[in-house]
Ligand binder design. Structure first.
Ligand SMILES: Cc1cc2nc3c(=O)[nH]c(=O)nc-3n(C[C@H](O)[C@H](O)[C@H](O)COP(=O)(O)OP(=O)(O)OC[C@H]3O[C@@H](n4cnc5c(N)ncnc54)[C@H](O)[C@@H]3O)c2cc1C
Length: 549
């Protein structure tokens, strides 16, 4: 294809992603200097459309960024009143008392929020300050300067034919150049992945680890709704097959977020994370709560779990990784939004100082220092051994040892274990199908549990069908030649949106990619055992349209 000519627009800072990280950076830049030119580009059809985290929000990030958020009407309306932790067996449960939990696990002072709505509110604050926010603009490429520094992104390319050639309504998009480019793409960002590889930012670090999180919003019987209640469970149905667990958060308006996370380092390729989630809802404790209610929304997204030891170097010439682009989730707390906000704020402060000193396109070392030595580093360091302990020694041992480790870190500032490694990445953790038994999952009943495609319709996902498939295979024949015989092609099961199928055509197996269903969770990019699938951005505005997840 001939070289594409694009118009370019110049900014001080270009921000990819209107999540909590990107929006915090934009707001902080304008607080520091109202004359800075700041743009935020978001691939969702609107801000919040791709934000899944129906969350318990630790407000420390927002307190630091907008101390008067309450007066400004931030949608943090439901304070946590009750914190429950259950260990589930198939038919019963044991409540683990709160007192042995280290203080950092306490949700007192936190809020149950729709992060989609929090992001919509943050975008309003940013726009009032003069930030330009463009939703429906997927950033598909990085633009490099003469010295190899990142100097911008390409956004808004539309109308390609399925083979990648320009179609009749082709729009080349634009280049948006900045003195600095911030990547706030969230977990497994496609541009972040390129930057991490190109500049060797993960060299010497442990591999990043992930889980896949699935979530439904339910409207339940008002008699059973207990606004402000947070419940986490572990144990059944995953047992020793995989790490993970559930969350049940009672928001207002009789709504409940019901979610399930499966750690992606599971070995058995027959495991079906989505069906584990569906099965979980039939546990008597959960079934009783949901009986008589209705599921009103569904979505899925990967979550970073590598923590402190997996966090890549955060800066390279012209570019900085914010929030979950660099993996800033505190795993035992299942919280990353506060760190995303703090990282956006820190990156903005570093860029402001650099621009004031007339620097352009270099490394924002002050940002890296702030994250590692400040509140984010402290938060992540304290819990750094919980995930590796769980992976190595299983749930029961890691609950005891991880709890002890968090206590010593919390109280004494040290760990008996030093810093444990994660070992393999999640794709490499997958073992051959012949070593494991297939798992027989009960059929969804259509009342408490649902088949994948029905649930995907509750994510309001939409992709223009005439564009190229955004899920790229390195080798077209690997799924059938390698993954099928060796791993029973796990893409059929690990994808929570039913994108991948193996069908029979003329008596031969054929791998089919229904990219229209993709909810942008990125699990395929992470878990494919041959590491043959690359998630790229489809055209802007496509993907899920989460209402208030
Ligand atoms: C199931 C689940 C439950 C969770 N629960 C909690 C919780 O209770 N509390 C908590 O604090 N944290 C929770 N988290 C973690 C939290 O979601 C993340 O830490 C947080 O979203 C990170 O914020 P971010 O701004 O870095 O990325 P995101 O929130 O993922 O935002 C990234 C944004 O960038 C956009 N984007 C990405 N790539 C591009 C591109 N190339 N071009 C344009 N736009 C792009 C995306 O569409 C998205 O809007 C949970 C995560 C999951 C998956």
């Amino acid at each position: 294809m001939a070289e594409i000519e694009r118009e370019a627009m110049e900014y001080d800072v270009v921000i990819v992603g209107a999540g909590p990280a990107g929006l915090s950076a934009a707001i902080r830049l304008k607080q520091l200097d109202a004359d800075l030119q700041v743009v935020v580009l978001e691939k969702g059809s609107e801000v919040g459309a791709h934000i899944l985290s129906g969350a318990v929000l630790d407000p420390s990030g927002l307190n630091a960024l907008i101390p008067d958020w309450k007066e400004k009407g931030a949608p943090l309306n439901v304070e946590v009143k009750e914190d429950n932790f259950y260990m589930l067996g198939e038919a019963g449960h044991v409540r683990i008392p709160n007192f042995p939990m280290p203080p950092l696990m306490n949700n007192h002072g936190n809020y149950i929020v729709s992060m989609g709505n929090v992001c919509r509110w943050m975008a309003e604050q940013a726009e009032e300050m003069g930030v330009e926010i463009f939703p429906g603009m997927a950033c598909s490429e990085l633009v490099y300067g003469d010295k190899g520094e990142v100097k911008g992104v390409v956004a808004g390319e539309f109308g390609k034919n399925p083979d990648g050639t320009p179609g009749p309504a082709y729009e080349p998009g634009m280049e948006l150049h900045g003195k600095y480019v911030f990547l706030g793409e969230g977990v497994r960002g496609s541009l972040s992945k390129e930057v991490i590889a190109k500049f060797g930012l993960s060299d010497g670090k442990e591999p990043q680890k992930y889980g896949v999180g699935m979530k439904e919003i339910w409207e339940i019987d008002p008699a059973k709704h207990k606004e402000g209640t947070v419940t986490h469970t572990m144990g059944w149905p995953l047992g020793s097959n995989a790490g993970g667990g559930s969350f049940i958060y009672h928001l207002d308006n009789n709504q409940v977020y019901v979610g399930f996370v499966v750690h992606l380092n599971y070995k058995n390729p027959h495991l079906f994370p989505y069906m584990e989630f569906q099965r979980f809802k039939h546990h008597p404790v959960v079934a009783e709560l949901l009986k008589g209610g209705k599921r009103v929304a569904y979505g899925a997204r990967a979550i970073t779990e590598g923590g402190w030891q997996s966090m890549p170097k955060l800066v390279a010439p012209g570019v900085a990784l914010l929030g979950c682009s660099a993996g800033m989730v505190n795993v035992p707390r299942i919280k990353g939004n506060h760190n995303a906000m703090l990282s956006g704020k820190a990156a903005a402060e570093a860029a402001y100082e650099a621009i004031k000193a007339e620097r352009v396109g270099d490394e924002l070392a002050a940002y890296e220092t702030d994250v590692r030595d400040g509140a984010i580093g402290k938060d992540l360091k304290m819990v750094r051994n919980v995930k590796p302990m769980w992976s190595k020694w299983g749930l029961t041992a890691s609950l005891a040892l991880g709890g002890l480790d968090m206590w010593t870190n919390n109280l004494l500032g040290f760990s008996f274990f030093g810093t444990l490694g994660h070992g393999k990445n999640d794709a490499e953790a997958t073992e051959e199908a012949s070593k494991h038994k297939p798992i027989d999952y009960p059929k969804p009943d259509g009342v408490l549990s649902f088949d994948r495609l029905t649930n995907v319709s509750f994510s309001m996902t939409n992709h223009e069908e005439s564009q190229p498939c955004h899920l790229r295979l390195g080798n077209e024949d690997t799924p059938v030649r390698v993954n099928l015989p060796k791993f029973a092609e796990p893409a059929q099961r690990y994808c929570p949106a039913g994108v991948y199928e193996v069908v029979e055509k003329d008596g031969q197996p054929e791998f089919v990619i229904n990219f229209q269903n993709c909810v942008h969770c990125k699990t395929c990019d992470i878990k494919d055992p041959s590491q043959n699938i690359t998630w790229t951005t489809p055209q802007g505005g496509d993907g899920p349209n989460y209402p208030n997840m």
